[in-house]
Design a protein around this ligand. Structure first.
Ligand SMILES: [Zn+2]
Length: 84
């Protein structure tokens, strides 16, 4: 028997969103430069993290994922998501 230690990702329960067909662990992040709100989530099948901001859509990399220590470029990563 062994224990897998996953990195913990803590988010506020206020920003958590329900899963949908393709995405889980969905939550909102606010843009620092505008009133826009983006959605970060993990792809259920391929396990990578995505953001709905223009930077991620264009380059598969953005400051929102980096700020949360989540991988860019569709690299899969498992986390222990905690809502507080
Ligand atoms: Zn982003």
């Amino acid at each position: 028997m062994y224990t897998t230690m996953l990195p913990t990702l803590r988010i506020s329960a206020d920003v958590a969103l329900p899963d949908n067909h393709q995405w889980q662990f969905r939550f909102e992040v606010k843009s620092e430069t505008s009133d826009r709100v983006y959605i970060i989530s993990q792809n259920k099948k391929r396990r990578f993290w995505a953001c709905s901001c223009p930077g991620w859509k264009r380059h598969r990399k953005c400051k929102h994922l980096i700020a949360l220590d989540l991988p860019c470029h569709e690299q899969p990563m498992e986390v222990n998501l905690q809502k507080a």
